[in-house]
Ligand binder design. Structure first.
Ligand code: G3H
Ligand code: 13P
Ligand code: ZN
Length: 328
């Protein structure tokens, strides 16, 4: 059944687990996520980005998610809109039947330019009023995603901030977070702790200086009843980078957010963990490997099937590590 983000995260907080929120763009991702949830008895959050809506079209995405609900009626599913850039964007998703929306007021309508605090409060509160009147949940964001090493936001996905970000923008302030939640009444709060979108998060395995799990603890201590969200939480599996590069790819050395650090966050209020890049990486690796080994194959179903099984394994691993398994 379709449920709201608030319903799911309240349950997760009660039982102390986290839920991966996977981005969906196509049938194969949707199948992988649902089959993994079915196998592990996990509730599901699937989210559609602006890029996904552009790629597949909002009606196709919506029906893909509704098809999942139809085929797996015993699995609770949150249909979430990722990174809305304005209340109007969120309103369209609410009208389409999404059960949850993110109003990302940390960046302006271009999805790039950092905004000031008052702007963020205003657009987020407006979205909450509209969404709550429809029984839809809202995720807000305070602080900008970006690297504590370089001050740069993740590139490649088009939602990175322009220019260099200051240290104070890259780490959410606990006091301001308390104020923001009170002023906007968001159901969940995305925080900045040094992660960024895409595959290039850290040039070496992260340490406490580049990935601030301690900041999560400080925020959770200040607002223990707020569900926290970690964006940019792909782990960038090294074994899949090797597979991609072994079969013709050229991905430079790079590191993601280790699963054990996310698990530590979940012990301190993190309830939603956004993952997109990991599914992209393993899909690319699976296709490259299959086509390199089967150069005469021309049926796309053959290689797309490989992407489903590779993504399904990642989803199962996250459902198990985050404690989502057994909670559907
Ligand atoms: O929020 C970031 C996701 O990775 C979505 O990226 O806009 O390329 O679909 P996208
Ligand atoms: P990754 O790029 O780390 O998968 O993050 C995805 C995300 O935060 C989507 O909102
Ligand atoms: Zn994000």
């Amino acid at each position: 059944a379709l449920i709201s983000l608030r319903q799911l995260l309240d349950h997760a907080a009660e039982r102390g687990y986290g839920v991966p929120a996977f981005n969906v763009n196509n049938l194969e991702q949707m199948r992988a996520i649902m089959e993994a949830a079915d196998q592990t008895d996990s509730p599901v959050i699937v989210q559609a980005s602006a890029g996904a809506r552009k790629y597949a079209g909002a009606p196709f995405l919506r029906h893909l998610i509704l098809a999942a609900v139809e085929e797996f009626p015993h699995i609770p599913v949150v249909m979430h809109q990722d990174h809305g850039t304005s209340p109007a964007v969120c309103q369209r998703s609410i009208q389409l039947g999404f059960s949850s929306v993110m109003m990302d007021g940390s960046l302006g309508e271009d999805g790039k330019t950092p905004t000031d605090y008052d702007y963020n409060v205003t657009v987020t509160r407006r979205t909450v009023e509209m969404a709550h009147a429809c029984g839809v949940s809202v995720e807000g964001e305070l602080g900008c995603l970006g690297s504590l090493e370089t001050g740069m936001a993740g590139e490649e996905d088009g939602i990175g901030a322009v220019g260099k970000l200051g240290h104070d923008q890259l780490l959410t302030d606990p006091e301001e977070a308390a104020d923001f939640v009170k002023a906007t009444r968001v159901d969940a709060l995305a925080i900045a702790i040094g992660t960024s979108h895409g595959a290039y998060k850290f040039t070496k395995p992260p340490t406490g200086d580049t990935l601030s799990i301690s900041r999560i603890k400080e925020i959770h201590a200040r607002i223990p009843d707020t569900h926290l969200v970690m964006h940019g939480s792909s782990s960038v599996p090294q074994e899949w980078l090797e597979i991609i590069n072994e079969f013709g790819g050229e991905i430079p050395e790079t590191y993601g957010v280790p699963v054990e650090e996310i698990v530590e966050g979940i012990k301190h209020g993190v309830r939603k963990v956004n993952i997109d890049t990991d599914l992209r990486l393993v899909s690319t690796g699976a296709v490259r490997r299959f086509l390199a080994r089967n150069p005469a194959e021309l049926d796309p179903r053959k290689y797309l099937k490989e992407t489903v099984s590779a993504m399904r394994e990642v989803c199962i691993a996250r459902y198990e590590a985050f404690g989502t398994a057994g909670n559907a």
